[in-house]
Design a protein around this ligand. Structure first.
Ligand code: PLP
Length: 284
């Protein structure tokens, strides 16, 4: 695989980063993940705008402009012959040669890394037909979940707990209300209405979420942005999650309670189709 590191395209075995990099010793970096379908990138501008926002919230500048980022993404798609898959992008604060809690000088070069992951069948995810089973876990992450940092330890632990309990995914709760999934935004459907938590520092501002809500509104579907509890979700008609890599995936079980007879519901199925169709139209 050919990867990108600080302006160079290299075989993955030759891409080397300093052990003093703050991404490595401090988790001091941000990332984005975009999906590729038919060799084109979905929701690119949304992801690039969020990258700038995450960097700015951490006191960093975006080192490249959107057209430069796009050129790198396209080159990696071409070099690695990606038809369906993911592109991972990470920017860290780099290093100034020594470990220090204080940031290094502002002119310290950032570390920019991108790599592709080929995923044939990304759009044909079997989970779209079977649905996900989820458990709830307390949200023990930090208070700036709106920044897409590389600090993913707690979501990883939660994912392992879900696996250990024989299910697919975990939803986090805080004050009895669902914040989001380990790596996705959470929704329920009741009486045809799509309900999802409003944006704040408590959740990641999902790019799939923003686009899906726009496409759903354009399709005259009803949307309510407010938090919901696990009990309300268990009593809902349907539930689902969204992320750049999973698009829309139905949830069929929450803490042991089945929804819609344990089968994916019609609203989630329609939204999945709508999202893939509309985001493909805008793919670059
Ligand atoms: N919430 C969390 C915690 C995530 O990690 C992600 C994606 O990685 C999402 C939500 C979904 O965001 P997006 O739709 O931009 O992929």
């Amino acid at each position: 695989r050919t990867v990108y590191l600080n302006g160079e395209y290299l075989p993955e075995t030759e891409a080397r980063v300093s052990i003093f990099d703050r991404g490595f010793v401090m988790g001091d970096g941000v990332y984005e993940v975009t999906s590729v379908l038919d060799g084109r990138i979905l929701e690119f501008t949304g992801h690039m705008n969020r990258l700038t926002r995450s960097l700015n919230e951490m006191g960093m500048e975006n080192p490249l402009d959107e057209s430069e980022w796009l050129a790198i993404h396209r080159r990696l798609i071409e070099l690695n012959d990606i038809d369906e898959g993911l592109i991972y992008l990470q920017v860290t604060r780099g290093n100034a040669g020594d470990r220090d809690f204080a940031y290094p000088p502002a002119d310290t070069p950032q570390t920019v890394v991108l790599f592709t992951q080929s995923k044939p069948g990304l759009a044909d995810n079997p989970a779209a037909k079977s649905g996900l089973r989820v458990i709830s876990l307390p949200d023990l992450r930090w208070g700036r979940r709106d920044i897409k940092t590389v600090q993913l330890l707690y979501p990883s632990m939660a994912k392992m707990e879900a696996k250990a309990r024989g299910v697919d995914e975990a939803w986090f709760t805080e004050d009895d209300l669902v914040t989001e999934g380990t790596s996705n935004n959470a929704y329920i459907v009741k009486g045809g209405k799509i309900i999802t938590r409003q944006l704040s520092n408590d959740i990641l501002h999902g790019i799939t979420r923003a686009s899906l809500l726009r496409y759903a509104a354009e399709a005259q579907m009803q949307i309510e942005e407010r938090p919901f509890s696990i009990a309300e979700a268990q009593a809902a008609d349907e539930a689902f999650v969204t992320s750049a890599s999973a698009f829309v995936l139905p949830v069929v079980e929450i803490d042991g309670a089945t929804l819609n007879g344990g089968r994916p519901g019609p609203v989630a199925a329609r939204l999945r189709e709508l999202y893939i169709e509309e985001s493909l139209k805008r793919a670059v």
